[in-house]
Structure formats: C-alpha cells, structure tokens
Ligand binder design. Structure first.
Ligand code: ADP
Length: 392
C-alpha cells in the first residue's frame, strides 16, 4: 500500500510517496511555478532524478503530470496502489482538533479559516481539489498544523486583551508546526517507552517554534495567532512590542501590511546580520569575524534558551529537550550555543556526541539534568500515518 503526502503552495506542490508497512519513502518531488512562466518539476526515486520543464497551468495539471510520471517510471504499477492522499493544511482554527477525511463539505468548513492563514490555506485547499479531480476514487485526508495545539488550555492560548476579541474574532494563540512537534513527541516517547513524558520540543529551521508537551498534550507553544510570533527565525522577528508597528508606519510611510511584511521577510537572522537568513551563511560570517553575524547568532540562541527555561518552569521540570528541523538537525554550533545558555537548568552538552548532523542522537552529557536529543523530523510520514489511520 502506498500513501501520498502532499504540501501544496500557491504556485508549488511538494509530494512524498510512502510505502506501508515499511514506511519507506519511494519517491518525492516538487512541482514549481504552477500557473506561471517557466514551470517545471523534479521527481526523485530509487537514486534517479527527473527534472523537466512543462507547462503547468494549474494544480490539476501538476497532479496529472505527477500521476503520469509515477506510472511511466513504474514507481507505481497502477493507480490502485495509491490508497490515500494526505494533505498538509495550515489552519483548522479551533474547530479541527484532529486530522480529518476531506470532502467538499469539510473543505467549505476549512475555507472559513482562510483569513487566518491567507498565504497557505487557499493553496492547500486548491491542492486537495486538484487530487479530487484527478483521482476521484482516492480518499483525501487533511492534517492541520494547528490541531496538536488544540489541547492548550484557555489560560495558555488567550492573549491578555479584551476578551471579546477572542469571542468575536477568534483572536487567540493557535500555534503551528504541530505535525512536527507531534512526530517528535511520538518518536521520543516510543524510544523511551514512556507516554507520560514532559518534553520541550524545539523545531528550529527557517521558521521555528518551541512546544511544551506533557503526556502528549500541548501546554504551550511559541507561535501564536500567526507564525510570526515567538523565537527569532530566519526572516521573522518573533515576539516584539506591537507599538513598534504604528511607530515605523509613521516614520517610513509604510502601510501596516508593509511593516508586517518586513517583520515576516526582512527580520530575524537576515535583519540583524544584514547578510542572510540562512544559518550556514550567518555561521560563516561569524567565523570570519562579522560582528553583525555574531550578534545575530547570539540573539538567536538566547531567545531559544529563554523559552526553554520558561517551558521548563511551565512543565515543572522537563524530562527531555529535543532539537529538530534544518538548524536543530544540522548545526552543531547553534546546538551548542543554545545548550550553553541553559546551564542554570543543569543541562550540559557533550561536544563529542554533538559532532554530527542529521541523525537521531543524544547530545547531552551523562550527568546533564535533562537529556537533550536531536531527532530528525518527518512531517510527511506523520501526514501519511494519519491518512492511513483514517482511510483504514
Ligand atoms: P523550513 O522552515 O523551510 O522547513 P528547514 O527546517 O528545512 O526549514 O530549515 C532550513 C534552514 O536550516 C536553512 O535556512 C538553514 O538556515 C538551516 N540549516 C541547514 N543546515 C544548516 C547547517 N549545517 N548549519 C546551520 N544552519 C543550517
């Protein structure tokens, strides 16, 4: 049996084809510039790589191409082998508290949350409709970034603002990266054979969020009403004083949207370093003595460390700290910078154990008060697992 795990953007469609019960990825790829000039796709399978330019007028054309390629290259023998398609959907509001089978009625309900995730949700839904059109007999499942965080209590998800903003407009913390944090919790609790773990999960990639989890329930997470909140990220500011926004608007004549755009796309590592949003570039800059890169790295690590300490308090003592995503999995420098900043919690990094990238490993010393693990995330597998469960 094979399940497709899909992440559709406004002009792109990423997919991973996963086989069960082995859970092996048998193909993956990306369709780019859908509906634009110069559209193309890449498919990787079995050590081979297909790269082709092709007109991709819309997402349905991309899905048809994908299916044609899977069959032409014998990645699947027939369409019947694909038993389900799982879709990453950014926002399910407060309504979707678990992954769900999709039909036109459910899509209409999800569309209500488009205004909360305007860059992603309409595109995610477009991807679902494309599969419904091309593969009408295959079941589709929606897996939301927000659902895992729906276990937060009101005291954690509310902002201390007029209560009516919540009841009238749905203003609250929703949290994102839920599929990754859920995968990390599942992986570490299976590995340690405990379902009562208190985990601080740090997803630090281009975007980043931390999540405090107790026995599989989210206690708090750093992203908020939108993915702009929380820690400093590649291009996003994370938490700032909101009064900065009207002040900058006045000084620069920018609109609110333009300021928010700068906070989303020109801030974080990029804003401070003035060089790049990519952790590798900033690290190279810092190694060459670039002061702004050094400053950016220090700020980045400190903000993550501060939230770890806060979440350790919130959880009344964490059992495990986990690091994942692009930076967490690959940057031994940033891992060390973060862990060195939580020494007050009795957490210590073992530099020898930390000298690797991209694997599941323990990186703390034997006498570290809280063990620290690096765990490669796999949101695609989590989406496929949910899909399998719901279609069975
Ligand atoms: P996304 O949020 O886009 O899914 P990823 O989790 O793939 O991001 O993380 C991508 C980021 O990981 C890159 O922008 C880069 O900053 C960072 N990264 C990857 N490898 C390294 C490395 N060796 N050292 C530092 N940063 C790295």
């Amino acid at each position: 049996m094979k399940i497709l795990s899909v992440n559709a953007g406004s002009s792109s469609l990423k997919f991973t084809l996963i086989e069960f019960p082995s859970k092996n990825t048998i193909a993956s790829g990306l369709f780019e510039k859908i509906g634009m000039e110069g559209s193309m796709y890449t498919i990787k399978y079995n050590g081979e790589k297909i790269v082709k330019s092709a007109p991709l007028d819309d997402h349905s054309v991309a899905v048809s191409k994908l299916i044609d390629e899977l069959i032409a290259n014998k990645i699947v023998d027939s369409l019947e082998e694909i038993e389900g398609v799982g879709h990453r959907i950014l926002h399910g509001g407060s309504e979707f508290t678990s992954s769900t089978l999709l039909d036109e009625d459910v899509l209409k309900r999800i569309e209500k949350y488009n205004e909360l995730g305007p860059l992603h949700n309409p595109a995610n839904i477009m991807g679902v409709r494309a599969f419904m059109k091309v593969l009408p007999n295959v079941k589709n499942v929606g897996v939301f970034d927000t659902t895992f965080h729906q276990t937060m209590k009101e005291s954690e998800f509310l902002y201390p603002v007029p209560y009516e903003w919540y009841t009238e407009y749905g203003i609250r913390k929703y949290g994102f990266h839920g599929t990754s944090h859920r995968f990390i919790y599942k992986t570490i609790s299976e590995y340690l054979k405990r379902d009562d773990l208190k985990v601080i999960s740090c997803h630090i990639g281009n975007g980043g969020s931390l999540c405090a989890i107790d026995s599989g329930r989210v206690v708090d997470t750093t992203m908020g009403f939108t993915p702009l909140a929380g820690i400093m990220m590649g291009t996003r500011s994370g938490d700032i004083d909101p009064s900065i926004i009207p002040f900058v608007m006045k000084k620069t004549n920018m609109s609110a949207e333009e300021v928010i755009n700068a906070l989303n796309k020109k801030s974080g590592l990029l804003g401070i370093s003035g060089l790049s949003s990519d952790g590798r570039d900033v690290e190279n800059g810092a190694n060459e003595g670039n002061e702004r890169c050094i400053l950016a790295q220090n700020m980045y690590a400190q903000k993550i460390a501060n939230f770890i300490a806060m979440y350790n308090n919130l959880l009344n003592g964490a059992d495990v700290i986990t690091l994942t995503a692009g930076v967490g999995e690959n940057s031994k420098t940033m891992r060390k910078m973060i862990i060195d900043r939580i020494q007050s919690l009795g957490v210590k990094i073992d530099d020898e154990k930390n000298d690797f990238r991209g694997e599941f490993r323990l990186i703390s010393t034997d006498d570290s008060k809280i063990p620290v693990y690096v765990i490669p995330t796999n949101e695609e597998l989590m989406i496929a697992l949910d899909t399998l469960e719901l279609i069975s």
